[in-house]
Design a protein around this ligand. Structure first.
Ligand code: NAD
Ligand code: MG
Length: 386
C-alpha cells in the first residue's frame, strides 16, 4: 500500500489521480488532499477518500470547508502553511504534485525535504527552480517521477538504458487549436476558442499554454532538468493526433517512442506504479482506429513563446523563472479579456528584457524574482505598453 498526499486535488490532474486511486484501492491510500480555493470539490473528495488531512490555501474558505466536513474525522486546515503541512503526514510514501504554476515550488521542495517520492505534474516547479530542485533530489537520493505525458513517455523509453546512449530527446506537441491559423487570425482569437483543446481535457492555464506553445517551451525546460540533456539535444515536433507522447533517439540511431491515448490517467498511474505496471486505466490503444499519424515543424514566427522558452532555458539562472512568471500573469490577463492572444508573447518578451540574469542560490531568491516579474508584467498590462 502506497500512502500519498495529493497537492492540487481539485484540478484536472488531481481528479484524474483520484480516478487512479479509485481503480486501485488495494494499492493506494490518500492521506492528505490540498486545493487552492475550491472547497466544495475538496469536501466531496474528502468524504469519498477519507484522508487524515485536507488543506485549502484560501483562508477565506476555511469555515465552509470545516462545516462541510463536520462530523467526519478529517482534519481541516487553511493557508499556504497548511498546504506545506500536508507533506508532513505520517505515514506518507509519495506526493503527487499537481498544483498549477510557481505556487507549487515550495510544497515540492518541502516534500523533497521529507524524503518522499515525488510524482511531478507541476512542470512550473522545474522551470522556475530546476537547479535547486534537482540538487535537492540528488542529495536526498529520491525518485522524481514525471507525470507530464511527454516526460513519462521519455522516462519509459529510457528504462534500463545507459545515460551515454541517449543522443536526442524528441518531444511531441499537438500544436493546439490554432496550429493552422495565420498570424492575423491569431490576433483575434478569444479565450473560448483557446480553451477548446483538440485532444486533451486540462486546466485553463495549461490549455492556453498549449495554444501559445508555451506549454511545449516549459516542457523543453522540464526535460532539460529531468533528463540532464542540453537544449540543442531536445527537439520539438508537432504531431496533431497526440498518440506518440514523445521519443528518444539513441546513439546508434534507433528511435524508441511511447504511444497511448491522450489521457493523463496512464502517465499518472505509471508514476505511482513505477517500476511496476498495474491494470490499464484506459481501453487498449487501437492503431487501426487511429489510422494515420502525422508530423510537422512548429512555426516560430507564429508561436514565439516556444523560442522564448528555449532562449530563457539556455540563458539559465533566473531567466526561466522570469519567463514563467510573465507567462502566468499574461495568461490570466488573456483569460480575463484584458489582453489579446498575441500580447501574451509580447509581454513575456518585455518582461524578460527588463531583467539582468543572476545565478540562482535559494528558493527565497527565486520567489522574489517571481514576484518582481509578476509586477513588471502586470504593469505592462495595465499601462497597455506592449
Ligand atoms: P488545474 O488548474 O486544473 O488545477 C490546479 C490545482 O492547483 C487545483 O487543485 C487548485 O486548487 C490548486 N491550486 C492553484 N493555485 C494554488 C495555490 N496558490 N496554492 C495551492 N493550490 C493551488 O491545473 P491542471 O491542469 O490539473 O494542472 C496542474 C499541473 O499539472 C500544472 O503544472 C500543469 O502544467 C501540469 N500538467 C497538467 C496536465 C493536464 O492534463 N491537466 C498535463 C500535464 C501537466
Ligand atoms: Mg505535457
Amino acid at each position: 500500500m502506497k500512502n500519498i498526499a495529493l497537492l492540487g486535488a481539485t484540478g484536472s490532474i488531481g481528479c484524474s489521480t483520484l480516478e487512479v486511486v479509485r481503480n486501485n484501492p488495494d494499492k493506494l491510500r490518500v492521506r492528505a488532499l490540498t486545493a487552492g480555493k475550491n472547497w466544495q470539490r475538496l469536501a466531496e473528495q474528502a468524504l469519498e477518500f477519507r484522508p487524515d488531512l485536507v488543506a485549502i490555501a484560501d483562508k477565506d474558505a476555511y469555515g465552509e470547508l470545516k462545516n462541510a466536513l463536520s462530523g467526519s474525522s478529517v482534519r481541516v486546515e487553511a493557508g499556504d502553511e497548511a498546504v506545506l503541512a500536508a507533506v508532513e503526514m505520517q505515514p506518507l510514501d509519495a506526493v503527487v504534485a499537481a498544483i498549477v504554476g510557481s505556487a507549487g515550488l515550495r510544497p515540492v521542495m518541502a516534500a523533497i525535504g521529507k524524503g518522499l517520492q515525488i510524482c511531478l505534474a507541476n512542470k512550473e516547479t522545474l522551470v522556475v527552480g530546476g537547479s535547486l530542485v534537482m540538487q535537492a533530489v540528488r542529495r536526498a537520493g529520491l525518485d522524481l517521477l514525471p507525470v507530464d505525458s511527454e516526460h513519462s513517455a521519455i522516462f519509459q523509453c529510457l528504462q534500463n538504458c545507459p545515460a551515454d546512449s541517449v543522443h536526442k530527446i524528441i518531444i511531441t506537441a499537438s500544436g493546439g487549436p490554432f496550429r493552422s491559423f495565420s498570424r492575423e487570425q491569431l490576433a483575434d482569437v478569444t479565450p473560448e476558442q483557446a480553451l477548446k483543446h483538440p485532444n486533451w481535457d486540462m486546466g485553463g492555464k495549461i490549455t492556453i499554454d498549449s495554444a501559445t506553445l508555451m506549454n511545449k517551451g516549459l516542457e523543453v525546460i522540464e526535460a532539460h532538468w529531468l533528463f540532464d540533456k542540453a537544449y540543442e539535444d531536445i527537439e520539438v515536433v508537432v504531431h496533431p493526433q497526440s498518440i506518440i507522447h514523445s521519443l528518444v533517439e539513441f546513439s546508434d540511431g534507433s528511435v524508441i517512442a511511447q504511444l497511448g491515448w491522450p489521457d493523463m490517467k496512464l502517465p499518472i498511474q505509471y508514476a505511482l506504479s513505477w517500476p511496476q505496471r498495474w491494470s490499464p486505466p484506459l481501453p487498449p490503444l487501437d492503431l487501426v482506429k487511429i489510422g494515420s499519424i502525422t508530423f510537422e515543424s512548429p512555426d516560430p514566427q507564429k508561436f514565439a513563446c516556444l523560442a522564448y522558452a528555449y532562449e530563457a532555458g539556455r540563458a539559465g539562472g533566473i531567466m526561466p523563472c522570469v519567463l514563467n512568471a510573465a507567462n502566468e500573469i499574461s495568461v490570466a490577463a488573456f483569460l480575463n479579456r484584458q489582453i489579446g492572444f498575441l500580447e501574451i508573447p509580447a509581454i513575456i518578451r518585455k518582461t524578460l528584457d527588463s531583467f539582468k540574469n543572476q545565478e540562482v542560490t535559494t528558493v527565497d531568491q527565486l520567489l522574489e524574482v517571481d514576484a518582481q516579474a509578476r509586477e513588471i508584467a502586470a504593469a505592462l498590462i495595465t499601462e497597455g505598453k506592449h
